[in-house]
Design a protein around this ligand. Structure first.
Ligand SMILES: [Zn+2]
Length: 267
């Protein structure tokens, strides 16, 4: 079994403040280790379920967070950013049996994690066919484009609820609840145990039931927080400036949505 794992940090048990997610800050060391612990738990669960090949994307910020020393032989890790439109699922293709998400966080505009965002902090809200979308929504659909089902997610309660709404019955592990600028979190060791067990269960179950196929057409709407960003983004081929702070791009081919987000969201 060949498994893809995409890992972020802002949904790791205990994380609460941006200082804890930023490489240059003294608080980061502790949370990169906690992130790594959750990733290792997912890898262990996957191997117990029969995974023989794992591609792991380090998908937070620099793409260079996970401590690699103890990765098992069956894991290859994608570090840094190539600029490829698949972003947080770079190198995914039809050869994978499932995709797992760890450390994922609430979408831009949600109150359920003090570190909530979608792709970057300049996006007030991203909508896919009218639904406010998370990084999970975007990348699980991108995986679905290649027929890879999204069977497991760990992260804050808000993203777990969003993921279950989008992909009913999928296995999730809630690590923390955001309350204003605070969080209420489960213990890291409990999070790791739940992730290992959850991943094992998810990969041993009916994986095909959790395939998120892109819609026949996707309309992406981007609401920028900075009022002057939409103007620049509106020059992406096919994009429309809908008005103050808002750009729309629609396409039948979901790969074109991924290509567009790569250029539009960074405007
Ligand atoms: Zn991140």
């Amino acid at each position: 079994m060949k498994v893809y794992i995409s890992s972020d940090i802002e949904g790791t048990a205990g994380i609460t403040n941006w200082n804890e997610a930023e490489k240059a800050h003294a608080d980061y060391k502790e949370f990169r280790a906690l992130m790594t612990g959750e990733v290792m738990a997912a890898i262990e669960g996957a191997i117990e379920a029969g995974a023989t090949e794992i591609v792991l994307k380090d998908a937070h910020d620099s793409g260079r967070n996970i401590l690699t020393e103890d990765l098992p032989d069956c894991v290859r890790i994608v570090r840094g950013w190539s600029g490829h439109p698949l972003s947080m699922v770079q190198e995914i293709d039809e050869s994978f049996d499932a995709v797992l998400f760890t450390g994922y966080h609430s979408r831009a505009g949600a109150e359920s994690n003090p570190l909530a965002h979608t792709m970057n902090l300049n996006i007030g809200e991203l909508r896919l066919n009218g639904v406010p979308a998370s990084e999970f929504h975007l990348h699980a659909t991108a995986a679905g484009y290649y027929n890879v089902p999204a069977v497991f997610l760990s992260g804050d309660e808000g993203i777990c609820a969003d993921a279950e709404r989008l992909n009913p019955g999928m296995e999730t592990v809630a690590t923390l609840e955001g309350i204003g600028r605070s969080t209420v979190s489960i213990a890291p060791k409990l999070a790791r145990r739940k992730i290992r067990e959850g991943v094992k269960r998810a990969l041993s179950g009916n994986r095909a039931a959790y395939l998120l196929k892109p819609a026949a057409e996707t309309v992406m709407e981007v609401f920028f927080t900075n009022p002057v960003s939409a103007y620049k983004a509106s020059f992406y081929p096919g994009a429309k400036h809908l008005g103050n702070r808002t750009v729309q791009f629609a396409h039948k081919d979901f790969f074109e949505i991924m290509r567009a987000q790569k250029f539009i969201l960074g405007a």
